[in-house]
Ligand binder design. Structure first.
Ligand code: FES
Ligand SMILES: [Fe+2]
Length: 367
């Protein structure tokens, strides 16, 4: 990494300094993040139930605003779910423009046909074209994974899905994730006037809870709050204070014997998954520009009676409080008198790990 690299964050947290402001301010780094980080990692794509019936296709966009990759989710007659490129291999029109039942896909521009596995099967006026159709005429397949109500995808994954999701999956194993239902009334998209990484950094530490979230601080035990680091992200574990409902892991499960108010997982780079006694919430964080971020917030409920209680109770208030501090950091990013920060060894391991992962992906020559 060159001396001028804004992400020259020392691997030793005790010596490290936080990234230089250039990382957040320079549009060049924004573009590099999209191509070298987002194109090679996993992202939330859609809700599994949005393509529930067999022989069904739905156009979706992977990471709209950053990757903005047009895909089509297809469930075939045998209930196999696939994510395919939605870009026609002839001259690039969108193959599927609206969700619906289908027996095959047919490009609306010149009629090229594909089966529900994405294979090009026929094309008018192409009888004399040599070697047609060949594999390059098929729609590209994109890596897809389904877990409970969630679908995740990756364009060119640098690692296996389970290396990314496995640690959280172990925590979810005893919870009724398959029963979790998408709740539109508790879901929304919103935009934050800040760099996406600032939004993530704030999420990655519970350090600010006593200062920024006075109500949440009464539900989560700060003394036992901890962060685990994983190869592709980190998991924060907040134990419950008082009598509020809690997740009580059974014998043999990770965290057995504890009362968990919330799990907070950041799946690198930008998927936040929170687990509460009532269900899951997901924040898909999407960089739009160096100063603008879209957050797609989704709720999946398995126990509606527990909504509104404990650490997962007033999420709108917590979000408002977080956005206030994130915008404060954004406002001061370009300050001439802003030094590079240091990390707390007890409270900011997740932030340091996030910066190290960013540096690794951004400097990897394969990108
Ligand atoms: S662009 Fe699809 S058939 Fe021509
Ligand atoms: Fe917060």
């Amino acid at each position: 990494m060159s001396h001028a690299d804004p992400l020259d964050v020392d691997e030793d947290l005790l010596k490290a300094r936080t990234p230089k402001p250039d990382f957040y301010l320079d549009p060049l780094w924004h573009r590099r993040v999209v191509e070298r980080v987002f194109a090679r990692t996993w992202h939330w794509l859609a809700d599994a139930e949005s393509v529930a019936p067999a022989a069904f296709a739905r156009p979706v966009t992977l990471a709209p605003g950053s990757l903005s990759e047009p895909l089509v989710l297809v469930r075939d007659e045998h209930d196999h779910l696939r994510a395919l490129s939605n870009v026609c291999t002839h001259r690039g029109a969108l193959v599927c423009e609206a969700p619906g039942h289908v027996k095959r896909l047919r490009c609306p521009y010149h009629g090229r046909r594909f089966d529900l596995g994405g294979h090009c099967t026929a094309m008018p006026e192409f009888e004399e074209v040599e070697g047609f159709p060949s594999p390059v005429d098929h729609l590209a397949r994109v890596a897809l994974a389904e877990r409970g109500p969630l679908l995740f995808a990756s364009l060119a994954p640098e690692h296996e899905f389970d290396a990314w999701f496995g640690v959280l999956a172990a925590r979810l194993a005893h919870l009724p994730i398959a029963r979790a239902r998408y709740d539109a009334s508790r879901s929304r998209d919103f935009e934050v006037e800040a760099h996406w990484a600032l939004y993530c950094e704030n999420y990655l530490e519970g350090f600010h809870i006593p200062f920024v979230h006075p109500a949440l601080a009464k539900a989560v035990d700060y003394a036992s709050y901890r962060t685990e680091l994983h190869p592709y992200g980190s998991l924060q574990i907040g134990e419950a204070l008082g009598e509020d409902p809690a997740i009580v892991p059974p014998e043999g499960a990770p965290d057995e014997g504890r009362r968990i108010a919330g799990y907070y997982a950041l799946l690198f780079p930008a998927t936040m998954l929170n687990v509460y006694p009532w269900g899951l919430s997901l924040n898909a964080v999407q960089p739009l520009s160096p100063t603008r971020t879209r957050v797609r917030f989704r709720s999946y409920v398995w126990d509606p009676e527990l909504l509104g209680q404990g650490a997962g109770g007033d999420l709108a208030r917590v979000e408002f409080e977080d956005e206030h501090v994130v915008r404060s950091v954004q406002t001061a990013l370009a300050a001439r008198l802003r030094p590079r920060g240091r990390y707390s060894p007890t409270r900011e391991t997740g932030v340091h790990h996030f910066h190290r992962l960013l540096a690794r992906f951004l400097t990897d020559a394969r990108a």
